[in-house]
Design a protein around this ligand. Structure first.
Ligand code: MG
Length: 377
C-alpha cells in the first residue's frame, strides 16, 4: 500500500467574511464591505491536511451559502472514506453529485491536490503536468468608482513594479470610461492596459462604445455584453483588431467548445472557480490553444489560498500566456488568510516550490473572520 492509499477521514469548513479596502464597481454589480469565501480542510488518516477555497460572487458564479451547502451536504459523502489516491474518481463523482456549484468543486479539487502533494512531497504543479514557468506577470484591476483613489493605487502599483492594469468599464457612463482611459494613457503610459466590461453594455450601445475603447489599443477587451449574447460577441470581434476575450461566456470546457464554434472570442479568461477544478481549467486552456485562442489567468474575489491554487495551475499550463490577476490578497483584502504572504516580486507572482500548495491558512485568521464553521469528522 502506498501512502496515497490512506483514507480521507475528515472534512472541515469555514464560511468567512473578509473585509476589503474599498468599493469596486463592475458591469454586473459592486463589491463593498467584504468578500465571502468558504475554506475547506481535508485530513487523511495519517494526519496530513489539504486546503482549498471556494471564492464566490453571487452575481457571477454563485453564493457562499450554496458553496457551503454543496461541500457540507453533497460533496462530503463523496470524499470521506475514499483514498487520497482517488482524486480522479472523487472529482468524477462530485461532478454528478450536485449540479453547478463550480466554486465548491474547485475548492474540493484544490484540497485533494494539496493533500496529495503534502503526502507525496510534491508541489501541486508537479501533479498537474510539471512546471512551464516560475513567475506569472500580475495584473491589478482598476474598479473604484472614486477614480482619485485608483490614481493613488496606480502610483503604488507602478512603484511596486506591477506592469499590467485592467480597467473595469461599463458600470457608469461612457464618458467616465473614456476619461479614465485618457488619464491612464497620459499619466501611466508604462502600464500594459486591458479593459473589462463584465457584461456591462447593451447590444444597442456595444458597437460604438467598443469601437471608441479599441481606439486606445488595449491588449484586449473582455466580455462587453451578456454571457449568452454570442452573436453580438462574434460581431464585436469581427469589428475590431483589438482581441476580444470571453469571461462570463465561458465557464468550463463545454462552454469553450460552444465559444469556438460560435467564433465569439480571440481569447478566454480561465478561472478555476468557473471551471470547477484545476484539471478542468487546464482542459479549457488546451481547447483554447488548439483552436488558436489566447488564455488569461482570471480570478474571482479570492483570498491567497485560491490564488495559490490558480498559481500552481497556471505554472503547469503553457497555454495561459497573458498573466494573471491574483491581486486581491496583496491589494484588496484588508488582511489575507495565509500564514505566509502570497508571494509577489517585481510585479510577478512567484510559483511556490514546497509540497502541496506550499503555504496554508493561518488558523487564527480563520477564527477571526468566520461567519460559521463546520468542524467535524
Ligand atoms: Mg472578467
Amino acid at each position: 500500500m502506498t501512502d496515497l492509499e490512506q483514507k480521507i477521514v475528515a472534512m472541515d469548513l469555514w464560511h468567512l467574511a473578509l473585509p476589503v479596502v474599498s468599493r469596486r464597481d463592475h458591469g454586473i454589480g459592486a463589491v463593498e464591505g467584504s468578500c465571502e469565501i468558504v475554506v475547506v480542510r481535508l485530513r487523511a488518516e495519517g494526519g496530513a491536511e489539504g486546503w482549498g477555497e471556494a471564492s464566490c460572487w453571487s452575481v457571477f458564479t454563485g453564493s457562499p451559502e450554496a458553496s457551503m451547502a454543496a461541500l457540507d451536504r453533497y460533496l462530503r459523502p463523496v470524499v470521506l472514506g475514499r483514498s487520497v489516491a482517488d482524486r480522479g474518481r472523487i472529482m468524477q463523482t462530485a461532478a454528478h453529485a450536485i449540479a453547478h456549484c463550480t466554486e465548491a468543486k474547485a475548492a474540493l479539487d484544490t484540497a485533494l491536490l494539496d493533500l496529495t502533494g503534502q503526502i507525496a512531497g510534491l508541489p501541486v504543479w508537479a501533479l498537474l503536468g510539471g512546471r512551464v514557468r516560475d513567475r506569472i506577470p500580475l495584473s491589478c484591476s482598476i474598479a473604484n468608482p472614486d477614480f482619485a483613489q485608483d490614481l493613488d493605487l496606480m502610483a503604488r502599483l507602478r512603484d511596486d513594479g506591477i506592469g499590467i492594469i485592467k480597467l473595469k468599464t461599463g458600470f457608469s457612463d461612457h464618458a467616465f470610461d473614456i476619461m479614465r482611459l485618457e488619464r491612464v494613457s497620459t499619466e501611466f503610459a508604462g502600464f500594459s492596459v486591458r479593459v473589462d466590461y463584465n457584461q456591462g453594455l447593451t447590444v444597442d450601445e456595444a458597437p460604438a462604445r467598443v469601437r471608441d475603447v479599441a481606439g486606445f489599443a488595449p491588449d484586449f477587451i473582455e466580455q462587453p455584453v451578456r454571457a449568452d449574447q454570442h452573436a453580438m460577441m462574434a460581431r464585436l470581434r469581427a469589428m475590431t483588431d483589438v482581441p476580444l476575450l470571453a469571461d462570463e461566456s465561458v465557464f468550463g470546457p463545454e462552454d469553450m467548445m460552444r465559444a469556438v464554434q460560435g467564433g465569439i472570442c480571440d481569447g478566454v479568461s480561465i478561472k478555476i472557480m468557473k471551471s470547477g477544478g484545476l484539471t478542468r481549467a487546464q482542459d479549457v486552456a488546451r481547447m483554447a490553444g488548439i483552436n488558436g485562442l489566447t488564455a488569461y489567468g482570471g480570478d474571482m474575489f479570492e483570498a491567497g489560498l485560491a490564488h495559490l491554487a490558480g498559481t500552481h495551475m497556471i505554472a503547469a499550463t503553457p497555454e495561459i500566456t497573458l498573466g494573471c490577476e491574483f491581486y486581491q490578497a496583496s491589494y484588496y483584502l484588508s488582511e489575507d488568510i495565509l500564514e505566509e504572504p502570497f508571494a509577489v516580486e517585481n510585479g510577478q507572482v512567484v510559483v511556490p516550490d514546497g509540497p502541496g500548495l506550499g503555504n496554508r491558512p493561518d488558523p487564527d485568521k480563520l477564527g477571526h473572520f468566520e461567519i460559521s464553521t463546520r468542524v467535524a469528522a
